[in-house]
Design a protein around this ligand. Sequence first.
Ligand SMILES: [Fe+2]
Ligand SMILES: [Fe+2]
Length: 161
Amino acid sequence: MTKQQEQLVAWLNDAHAMEHALIEVLERHASDASDEPEIAQQIQTHLEQTKDHAKKVEMCIDRLGGDVSKSKELMSKMMGMMKGASSDMFKDQMIKNALSEYTSEHMEIASYKALIAAAEELGDTETMATCETILLEEEAMAGWLDKRLAGLVKNYLVNLE
Ligand SMILES: [Fe+2]
Ligand SMILES: [Fe+2]
């Protein structure tokens, strides 16, 4: 493996750890949203996509001849970044979850854009195509959150007792 390919594998491993951290976050958020079927369904759908992203990234690492990092440190670092300030249940938990997801999806968008550029530079068209496919789903989720955020906040305040 060239130095450049090693770097690409390291970045793919960061993305892989991020997806795994998000699987846990989205599972929790889906159950927090159990009273809001439309939101719970959207989170559930993206949870399935997130599991698929982790698998797709793993295949890219394998194809490059790299090892999928099982580093606990990397996982917990990503987990800390993704889950937000606290896992305690707040009255405004749905808002906190939405903010955390909004941030996570944009973090993913930035990561996959960076990976696409790196794969392009290395002439790795398969990794590029995979990351482009994943990017579309991250952008769709970010777009959905963007549309829902203001309404969610206003609705929360109207119903606040
Ligand atoms: Fe993802
Ligand atoms: Fe995502």
